[in-house]
Structures are given as structure tokens and as C-alpha cells.
Write a protein that binds this ligand. Structure first.
Ligand SMILES: [Ca+2]
Ligand SMILES: [Ca+2]
Length: 377
């Protein structure tokens, strides 16, 4: 499954963790079902009235569940809406979910360090790639490492992500920029270079799980109906940046208007209405669903004219990314500190991302959820 993943020059690995807009044109296979734009309509979010169990798990907030409209309309005509139609996030459709708990922030270096100390877990980026998984790789390429953002000095065309990403031997969660870097003093930064297996292992250890894509979006919307962002419809609020994204000219000039040229400590920006920080930007967050671009249409079709209940995504064998056919991917959501209003505007709350399961990088992290405890009678 992961044979082509870390093709150690980095391409596939890199593309998988980036934005769809960065991906090369696919040649081998037509997209499956058509993802035709439809007349999208957002209906009000209707939360459940389930009493909030007490006490709340440490570091988690209550997400009431209920019904909401999931997806996004074509943002291209919007101010700061970017240049992508986001076809894979349509149709906007009605989804019902049970309540759950969600981590208030992205999982931090300090939290991940406790997990590693307790279990001895070795992350994917720290493992030596096996030659049989990467046919064609030379021995000097079969070294542990991960993908690091490496911006060019000058403006470059935005059609090839290899212009600003490179595979760095020795890059991992403890060494986010490479072997000479450190996380000392960065306890509250989100943990980076997290492959899906790493996130899932942490979640299991913590007695939690990764969110489904629908849970993630319900939570990110914070009760708002059809808003473009987790906080409303304007990118900034009274001149204030609401998320750690990229301002300036991507990928060579970051004007740092939001206060952070790179990763920000978690909760550096305001929470949404459910008390969740950084659901837009900072690091991408893994979801448990396998990705395919027509997933919403399939869910709606299966539900007929009714509400889609607790969608879990397609099977692994059905996962499909037209830009990299043959490579199953999981959903990632929320965008990162590298997303801009010029490029990959996936901090917009209804948009979707995806990544191959063995793909970390220094802008991919995660947060966890926990099922609601039974409420005492
Ligand atoms: Ca920033
Ligand atoms: Ca995030």
C-alpha cells in the first residue's frame, strides 16, 4: 500500500501532505463519479440538547452533535476565496452526529512526549524505510526522515510543490527542521511530522480516537451555519488575524502579519464558539475517513433524500485521489500555517485535504476525540 510513498526524492510524499492545488495533473485514470457542483444550500445547525456529562475529560470540550450542513460552496468569487472550486466538498449535505468530546487544541509536543515516554513508541519518520516498500530507491535514500518546508528565495510558479518542499534525513517530531533542530522550549507547539499511524497510536494510548471528517467539520463550525471560516465570513475580524496562516507572497515572502512566520504555540489564536483553537491553520489535522473526491455525493446518494447519519468515509479499497491514483489517502482538515488566500485556502472550514498515511511533514499534526460518556439517569 505504501510502496510509492516515500519516494525518497520526496515527490509523492510531499504532494500527499500538501494542498490539492499543488498536485501534478494525473494521467492514468479518470476521476470516478462526477463531482458536479450543485445548488448548495446550508440549513441551520441544530445541536442536540444532550446534557453535558460531568466532569469533562481534561483538555477536551463538549461538542453537542446534532444536524448540520456539511461542505462548502465554490469560494472563488468571494473576497480572499482563493482560486480553487473545492468541488470535492460538494454537495453541501445534511449530516447528523452524536455528541462527543474533542481536544481543545492540537496535540502538543509535551503531550506527545508523555506518550513516547510511556510507550517507547517510534514514529514513522524515525523508522528506516524498507527497501521492499520503495523499489528503485538507492541505499543512501533509505534513511529515516521527513518532509520539511524549504522556501525558495524568489517567487516561483505555484504549479510544483517540489519547489518548496524537500525530504530531510533526520527530520522527525523531535527535530522538526532536521537533525540540528530541536523542540526544546516548544512544549506547547503542535507536534509535527506525524504520520497517520503515529496519530492513531497516540489516540489509542490516550483512550481516545481520531475524529471522523464529519465530526471534525461539525466541531470546527462551532454552531455557525454555512460560514466560510470557523469564526464567521470575514478572513480578519476588525483587522485581527484569527488563525495562523500565511500572509505575504507564497512561498518566498511571509509578511508575518498574524505574528507567526512558522508554527504557533497552540491556542495562540481565539477559540471558536465550541472552545476549539486552531481548527483553521497552524497544522493540518488527521481524520479517520479515507478520502475520495465524490465521498459526499456517495453519502447523499446512499441516504436518498434523507439526512446522512454519522458518515465514516469509504473503505480503504475505495479511497481515490485523482491526482495520485492508486495511493489510498486519509482526510486531513483545517489547512496549515502555509495556507494563504492566494494558494490552498483550506483553512476555510468546509474545504477538504488529504494525505497518504505514511506522510508527515512539518505542517501535519492532529487532535483527538472521545465518545460521550453515558449520562447518569
Ligand atoms: Ca502565520
Ligand atoms: Ca489546525
Amino acid at each position: 500500500m505504501i510502496k510509492s510513498l516515500r519516494q525518497l526524492a520526496g515527490c509523492v510524499l510531499i504532494f500527499a501532505c500538501l494542498c490539492a492545488s499543488a498536485q501534478p495533473a494525473f494521467l492514468a485514470r479518470k476521476p470516478s463519479a462526477t463531482v458536479a457542483p450543485v445548488a448548495d444550500r446550508f440549513l441551520p445547525t441544530v445541536p442536540t440538547t444532550t446534557p453535558v456529562p460531568k466532569p469533562a475529560p481534561s483538555g477536551m470540550v463538549w461538542i453537542p452533535g446534532g444536524e448540520f450542513s456539511m461542505g462548502c460552496t465554490d469560494p472563488r468569487a468571494d473576497l480572499c476565496g482563493g482560486n480553487e472550486p473545492m468541488d470535492d466538498a460538494r454537495p453541501v449535505h445534511r449530516v447528523a452526529l452524536a455528541p462527543f468530546w474533542m481536544d481543545r487544541t492540537e496535540v502538543t509536543n509535551a503531550e506527545f512526549a508523555r506518550f513516547v515516554a510511556a510507550t517507547g513508541f517510534i514514529t514513522f519518520a524515525e523508522r528506516k524505510p524498507r527497501a521492499e516498500d520503495y523499489p528503485g530507491a538507492t541505499p543512501d535514500q533509505l534513511v529515516p526522515g521527513s518532509v520539511v518546508f524549504s522556501p525558495p528565495r524568489e517567487a516561483v510558479p505555484l504549479d510544483n510543490a517540489l519547489r518548496w518542499w524537500r525530504y530531510v534525513p533526520g527530520a522527525d517530531w523531535r527535530h522538526p527542521s532536521g537533525p540540528n533542530s530541536t523542540i526544546v522550549g516548544h512544549d506547547q507547539d503542535p507536534v509535527l511530522h506525524i504520520a497517520y499511524v503515529d496519530a492513531a497510536a497516540y489516540a489509542a494510548w490516550a483512550g481516545k480516537r481520531l475524529p471522523t471528517e464529519a465530526e471534525w467539520e461539525f466541531a470546527a463550525r462551532g454552531g455557525l451555519t454555512g460560514a466560510r471560516y470557523t469564526w464567521g465570513d470575514e478572513l480578519t475580524v476588525n483587522g485581527r488575524w484569527m488563525a495562523n496562516i500565511w500572509e505575504g507572497a507564497f512561498p518566498h515572502k511571509n509578511s508575518e502579519d498574524d505574528g507567526f512566520i512558522g508554527i504557533a504555540p497552540v491556542a495562540s489564536f481565539p477559540a471558536n464558539a465550541y472552545g476549539l483553537h486552531d481548527m483553521a491553520g497552524n497544522v493540518w489535522e488527521w481524520c479517520s475517513d479515507w478520502y475520495r473526491p465524490d465521498g459526499y455525493a456517495r453519502d447523499q446518494s446512499a441516504a436518498g433524500s434523507g439526512v446522512v447519519r454519522d458518515p465514516r468515509g469509504p473503505a480503504e479499497s475505495e479511497s481515490f485521489d485523482p491526482q495520485e491514483p492508486g495511493m489510498p489517502k486519509r482526510v486531513q482538515r483545517g489547512g496549515s500555517y502555509l495556507c494563504t488566500d492566494q494558494y490552498c485556502t483550506r483553512y476555510m472550514v468546509g474545504t477538504r485535504g488529504k494525505g497518504a498515511v505514511d506522510t508527515g511533514s512539518n505542517h501535519v499534526g492532529f487532535r483527538c476525540v472521545r465518545d460521550a460518556s453515558p449520562v447518569a439517569p
